[in-house]
Design a protein around this ligand. Structure first.
Ligand SMILES: N[C@@H](CCC(=O)N[C@@H](CS)C(=O)NCC(=O)O)C(=O)O
Length: 209
């Protein structure tokens, strides 16, 4: 039995794990759970009450998107080749998830127009600062964050630029680009050009989020 990744029919917090499966070519079941199914019984299966969840070969269920993605990165050798490389990859992933993506999402989902404008301004500033820092301090390889080659940090960055930033650019004129950060652009492009990733991007269900 292969691994089963469960999530709503969205890219959202499961897409980084799907990208890890896609990049490595490892087989899994991409189980998409509707809101109705979730409420009707699936939610009760999640150890921490949310999705995504992963069902392991032995039947155990685990949740929390970043714990699942980190587990897969370790399992499929995309976490980094040493303790320090793993720390480096985690640092980049946290900067993307906890700092950049979170500030954009806070603005994106805000209903009050005045607050939305203020949050969008803050998000833009945070992202531009973080992109400069990642460019300056965090790219150790040739088109990869790690010196040893592609890692889940590169896939996380690609996920952010491909699935999160376009929403913010379209709806809040966030204007986030990689024009001033050539090393980050090279990381994005290297993932985008990977044949397994290309295949997944073409084949994956089309969803807004
Ligand atoms: N910190 C958790 C958040 C989990 C979470 O809230 N997931 C949402 C979907 S993105 C969910 O399951 N919502 C439905 C619910 O909580 O019942 C993670 O990263 O996995």
């Amino acid at each position: 039995m292969s691994l089963t990744l469960c999530y709503f029919p969205l890219k959202g917090a499961a897409e980084i794990s799907r990208l890890i499966f896609a990049y490595t070519g490892e087989k899994y079941e991409d189980k998409r759970i509707t809101s109705e199914e979730w409420k009707a019984g699936e939610k009760a299966k999640s150890p921490t009450g949310g999705q995504p969840m992963i069902l392991l070969e032995g039947g155990e269920v685990y949740s929390q998107s970043m714990a699942i993605a980190r587990y897969l990165a370790n399992k499929f050798d995309l976490a980094g080749k040493s303790g320090e490389e793993k720390l480096h990859a985690d640092m980049v992933v946290d900067a993307i998830k906890s700092d950049m993506a979170q500030s954009l999402m806070k603005a994106y989902f805000e209903k009050d127009e005045e607050r939305k404008t203020a949050f969008a301004g803050e998000a833009k500033e945070k992202i531009n600062t973080m992109l400069e820092l990642l460019e300056k301090n965090c790219v150790k390889g040739d088109g990869t964050f790690l010196a040893s080659g592609t890692s889940w940090a590169d896939l996380m960055f690609y996920n952010f630029m491909t699935d999160v930033v376009p929403l913010a650019n379209a709806s809040m004129s966030a204007g986030v680009t990689l024009d001033a950060t050539p090393k980050l652009k090279a990381i994005h492009d290297k993932v985008q050009e990977n044949p397994n990733i290309k295949k997944w991007i073409e084949a994956r269900p089309q969803t807004q989020f």
